[in-house]
Ligand binder design. Structure first.
Ligand code: ATP
Length: 142
């Protein structure tokens, strides 16, 4: 079993959250692997920008998810993955999905619809945590 660590963003603009559509139709959050010497925050910001074209600022840390998957080249070898998630804010909606990495679309989806659209249950849970935080921040700013 090998370990893999990634970081990603739940990126907010107005009342909408950024999702990426993979070539197979799945909608996912932007994320990617930590590079040597890089902080989790820097990875999350870099991957959001590389995969979606969005430059965002971190608002707060949301939590981590864990899952395992099987290596393509060997069904018996499992990868244990941890992904650290950050709530981020974007200043604009000008997305540029990274086609070379297999993403065919990047869209801001209204918070009322985004949980239903996301492919993975653990990403749905992180989006719910993010929506709670957004509501708290909105209350504080009233
Ligand atoms: P990264 O975006 O971190 O560079 P990757 O694109 O190399 O990662 P993953 O997105 O982790 O790889 O996908 C590897 C496998 O795990 C795929 O089979 C995918 O379907 C599955 N997977 C991806 N995200 C999740 C998740 N949130 N929960 C469960 N399984 C997932």
């Amino acid at each position: 079993m090998r370990d893999e660590i990634s970081a990603g963003g739940v990126v907010l603009f107005g009342n909408a959250i950024l999702l990426l559509r993979k070539f197979n139709g799945d909608w996912v959050l932007p994320k990617g692997k930590i590079e040597l010497g890089e902080s989790h925050e820097d990875t999350a910001l870099r991957e959001v920008c590389e995969e979606t074209g969005i430059k965002a600022d971190i608002l707060k840390y949301l939590g981590e998810i864990h899952y395992t998957y099987k290596e393509n080249w060997d069904e018996n070898k499992e990868v244990h993955k941890i992904v650290y998630w950050y709530l981020m804010q974007s200043k604009n909606m000008n997305t540029v999905p990274q086609k070379e990495e297999g993403f065919i679309d990047a869209k801001f989806i209204h918070i009322d619809r985004v949980v239903a659209m996301a492919r993975y249950d653990d990403e749905k849970e992180i989006i719910k945590v993010a929506i709670n935080e957004i509501k708290k921040l909105n209350e504080e700013n009233k």
